[in-house]
Design a protein around this ligand. Structure first.
Ligand SMILES: O=c1[nH]c(=O)c2nc[nH]c2[nH]1
Length: 444
């Protein structure tokens, strides 16, 4: 057995919601499977021994090591569309821009170019785990799994199900309900055949409007038998929220629950219109929410009541929601999560006085946003990543404040270590991320 490899430096993480911890001159040792086997501070027994035992790599002076980011909502095929078409309502955006783009993934050459670019981009942005919606296509979705495997990203991937002829265009729809269900089963079998714990299949009804009840029913059954993760969009915009009430006479949460699609492994994107009762159901099922503050601002007509959901016991992580959210750099979502919570708290109509203007006690701070982007996301997915603790996988990023092209401005003698972390989360750019590890392997 190989001796563990150790990293010496300053490690910062959020071991619980609302609290950060920075460990100076700390030695984190990682075994050949990428598992953290010890986290030793200079005053700990064994520190000196560990320093001499295996290979030790020192991080550059002034650098920070953070857990890799966990992006809970990425539409992989929409990567080419980032920064386009943000001015139309969700239902128009889907029909006129997004479905035609996603239909192009029947072309494997197009898929290969886009998916390779996407995974490279996300890894260099520090996204070590991504929960992906792919497209309805079997071959292209398998290709995405192959690319993640090859490049070393931790990825959960779903073949998207869209079989409802009333909502999905002829150019982009599963041929039949049976085809959609069989395609999902085949994809699950393919991913499991890869025999790699880093890549997992996800049952993925796009959202209720794009699926028939028969498909939702079948996917609920399938999720139960394969014990897979599940992802979908829920309580997202005025149009989508009303559509489900009109079709099923109840909310997304209640409907998905009836189809067996709310489990401990479910991730609902958005959730802006969740009622308190809906939140209680999600908390009882252990289902999580991917909070997507960027795309919510463009497409969702409301602000997700994040603080309320957390207080109700709903597990929440952050999603970039590429390309409804126009940034693949998860710190932009960290920043937007704080921002959105402040707007919700203060309110937006200056004709009204506080507190009538907003919803009191809705704000979160950067510590909570950092938690959501790391350990919170890992918790929603039940993955052993997101913090520097023994037993977790070493998925990490190195932030070098002095990197060429970086945007950080830290001053010795002025900024404390925690100030530095705060500044990283608010102001660092991609150039400041100089190394990325997944399962102990350097992938950037
Ligand atoms: O932001 C979003 N992106 C999508 O692709 C989508 N599909 C349904 N609802 C959606 N929302």
């Amino acid at each position: 057995m190989q001796r563990p490899r150790s990293y010496l430096g300053r490690f910062c993480h959020a071991p619980e919601r609302g609290r950060v911890e920075c460990l100076e001159d700390t030695l984190v040792s990682v075994d050949e499977d990428g598992r953290i086997v010890s986290v030793l501070r200079p005053s700990d027994d064994g520190y000196n021994r560990a320093m001499t035992e295996g290979p030790v790599e020192s991080m550059p002076r002034g650098a920070y090591v953070l857990p890799g980011f966990c992006d809970l909502h990425v539409h992989a095929p929409q990567w080419p569309q980032i920064g386009k078409a943000l001015h139309v309502p969700l239902e128009v955006w889907l029909q006129q821009h997004t479905f035609p783009l996603e239909a192009r993934y029947s072309d494997l050459a197009f898929a290969k170019t886009a998916y390779t670019g996407l995974v490279d981009d996300l890894l260099s942005n520090g996204t070590t785990t991504a929960l992906y919606f792919a497209t309805i296509h079997q071959e292209a979705t398998r290709l995405l799994a192959d690319i993640c495997l090859d490049k070393g990203q931790r990825a959960l991937i779903g073949k998207v199900v869209m079989d409802n002829p009333e909502q999905c265009p002829d150019i982009y729809r599963d041929e039949s309900t049976d085809d959609a269900l069989r395609g999902t089963e085949d994809f699950i079998a393919y991913v499991r055949g890869l025999n790699n714990d880093r890549i997992k299949p996800v049952v993925t009804p796009r959202f209720i409007p794009s699926c028939t009840d028969a498909a939702l029913d079948g996917l609920g059954e399938l999720a139960r038998s394969c014990r897979c993760h599940i992802q979908t969009h829920a309580s997202e915009s005025d149009w989508q929220h009303r559509y489900v009430f009109q079709r099923h006479g109840r909310s997304d949460t209640d409907s998905l629950d009836r189809f067996g699609l709310l489990t401990r492994h479910t991730v609902l994107a958005h959730g802006n219109f969740l009622s308190l009762g809906n939140m209680e159901i999600l908390a009882a099922r252990g289902s999580g929410v991917a909070h997507c503050p960027l795309s919510n601002a463009y497409f969702s007509n409301a602000v997700f009541p994040l603080k309320r959901a957390l207080e109700k016991g709903v597990r929440v992580g952050l999603g970039s929601d590429i390309s409804g959210g126009p940034s693949s750099f998860l710190p932009d979502s960290i920043r937007a999560a704080v921002f959105a919570s402040r707007l919700l708290d203060d309110g937006v109509d200056c004709e009204k006085d506080y507190p009538e203007r907003g919803i009191r006690d809705s704000r979160i701070d950067w510590r909570t946003a950092f938690y959501l982007a790391t350990l919170g996301g890992a918790d929603v997915l039940d993955l052993p990543v997101g913090a520097f603790e023994v037993g977790r996988q070493f998925d990490a990023i190195l932030i070098d404040p002095n990197a060429r092209g970086g945007s950080l401005n830290l001053m010795d003698g002025y900024d404390s270590t925690e100030d530095g972390l705060q500044k990283i989360l608010y102001t660092a750019n991609k150039a400041n991320i100089t190394r990325v590890w997944v399962a102990g392997r350097a992938v950037v």
